[in-house]
Write a protein that binds this ligand. Sequence first.
Ligand SMILES: NC(=O)c1ccc[n+]([C@@H]2O[C@H](COP(=O)([O-])OP(=O)(O)OC[C@H]3O[C@@H](n4cnc5c(N)ncnc54)[C@H](OP(=O)(O)O)[C@@H]3O)[C@@H](O)[C@H]2O)c1
Length: 507
Amino acid sequence: MGAPPMTDEGVPDLYAALGLVRGASDTDIRRAYRNLVSKIHPDKGGDADTFRAVQQAYEVLSDATKRHEYDTTGTVVRSVEDEFMDSFAGGSFRDRVRRGEMEKVNLSDQISVRQEKKAQSHSSGFEAWMRSRGNAGVKVYTSEDVIDQFGVVKDSYDAVPLPKIRAHTVRCKRSGVPSEVLAVEAEALPQGLEWGEVLLSIRYAPVNPADLYTVQTGGTYGESRLEPPFVAGHDGVAVVVKVGPGVKGLAENDWVVPLGPGLGTWRSLAVAKEKDLLKIPTDLMPPEQCAMLREMLAAYRLLEDHGNLKPGDAVILNAANSTVGQLVLQLCSLLRLRAIAVISGHKDFERTSEWLKGLGAAEVLQDSGSLKFELESLKFFAKPKLALDAVGGASATRLADALGEGGQLVVYGAMGGRAPHFTWQQWVFQGVQVKGFNVRRWVRDNKKKLPALLESMAKLVNAGKLRAEFTEYELHSELGEALEHASDRGRNTKILLKVTDVGEQYE
Ligand SMILES: NC(=O)c1ccc[n+]([C@@H]2O[C@H](COP(=O)([O-])OP(=O)(O)OC[C@H]3O[C@@H](n4cnc5c(N)ncnc54)[C@H](OP(=O)(O)O)[C@@H]3O)[C@@H](O)[C@H]2O)c1
C-alpha cells in the first residue's frame, strides 16, 4: 500500500487507483470512488497515501476536460487554480488528509511541551528561561548588526557621487487635509550615496489610506512618527539606478519594494538604505500590480492565517470594493469559498454589486441594518467562519453578528475612524473571537516565507486570475487631481502615482 499504481509508461495509473480500467463510464468512476473512499479513509485505519492517490485520481477522472487530457496524453495538466488550491495553507486547505496530519502534528507538539513542563528537570527549566528571554537573548551579533547600530566611519569608504538632479518630491508640511498640506517640490539629490545606500527611481506609488492618514495626522503611522516636513508615501515599486558602498544584495536595474513604512515613495528619485528594501524579480508581475503588493499580501494572509477555512466555507468582509476587498473576493473564488461582500451605501449599488459578483462574491449587501437577517432572508444559511473588518464601529458589530458560533473576526483597518464595538452577547453566547492583523508585522516576522508567497501570487496575477483595479496619475503634474480622486467615496479603484519624469538636471 502507499505508492500509487503506475502504467507501463511509468506515469500514475488513475484508473487502477480506483480499481477500474480505461473506458470506465462516469457512473463506474463515481461509484468506485464512493466505495473506496469510505473504506480507505485514514480515520478508519486506511493508508494516507492510498487515500490521497484515490482522491487525486477521482479529481481528474470526474472532470471531462482533465480526463480527456489524461486519456490522450497520459499526463495530468494542472491549472494555475489547481496549483494554488493545492499549495494554499501548506497543502492542507483542500487535502483533508494533510489537514488531519497537520492537526495531529500540532497536537503532538503541544503534548510534548506539556510533558516537558511536567518533568521540570533543571535543564528543562533553564531552556524555558532561555526561551522566555526571546530572540534577543540568544542573538549572535554580526558585523552587519554593529554597522547598523553604530554606522561606518565616513573616511573608511568613498561615497558614490550622484547626478545633479532636482527630483519631483511630494512634501507634507504639517498635519491637515492632504490637498492643502501637500506640495510637489523640486529637491536636489544629496551629493553622494553613503554606506549601504542605493538610488531608486520610483515607478509607481499608490495613494493608500495609510498615506493619507499619515498626512492628516502630521506624521503618524502605527507606533512610528515622521516629523514634518516629510516626504509622503509608504509604498510603491522602484528600480535601483545606482548602488552605494557596502551594498551587497542589490545591483543596478533590480526591482524593489519598501520593507517597512516611512520610505517617502511619493517622489521621482529616492535615496534609501538597502536593508529597508525587498528585492523582487523584475518579471514578477506588471509594475502597477507590484505597487499594490502590500494589499495582495494582506488579502492572502487574511485568508490563509485565519478562520481555519476549507472549501465551501463562508467569509464575510466589509469595504469589499477596496483593493484588499477585491483581492480577497478573487482569492475566495479560486479557493471555492463563499464570500459575502459588504459595501457602504453606494450611489451605484447595482453596478458595483455586479462587478463584485464577477470577482467572486456570492452575495453583495449594503452595510446597514442586520446583515444576519438579510442573509437569512436570502436563504444564505451557511454561517460565516471568518469576518474581515476594515471599517470598525457599527460595521464591525454587524459583521460579528453574522458570524457563526466561535467564528473569527479579524480587524485589519478602521476606515470609519471608530473602534469596533462588540456586545457582551457576541463574546459570551456567540463565542466570537477577535484578532488584529497587520501585514507589515507578518513580513517582518516571516521574511523567509516571502519569496514562495510572492511567486504563488505572481502566478495568479500573470495568469489573469488575480488583479486589483487602478487609475494612474502623473506624480509631478497631476497630484491635485490624484488626491481629489483618492478622496472620492465609491471610487472602486486604487489611485497610483506614476513617475515618467525624474526631474531637472542642473549645473
Ligand atoms: N492591516 C494590514 O496589513 C493592511 C494592509 C493593507 C490595507 N489595510 C487596510 O485595509 C483597508 C482597505 O485598504 P485599501 O488600500 O484596500 O483601500 P482602498 O482601495 O483605498 O479603498 C478604500 C475603502 O475604504 C472604504 N471607506 C472609505 N472611507 C470610509 C468610511 N468613512 N467608512 C467606511 N468605509 C470607508 C471605501 O468604501 P467606499 O467605496 O464606500 O468609499 C473603500 O472600500 C484600509 O483600512 C487599509 O488601511 C490594512
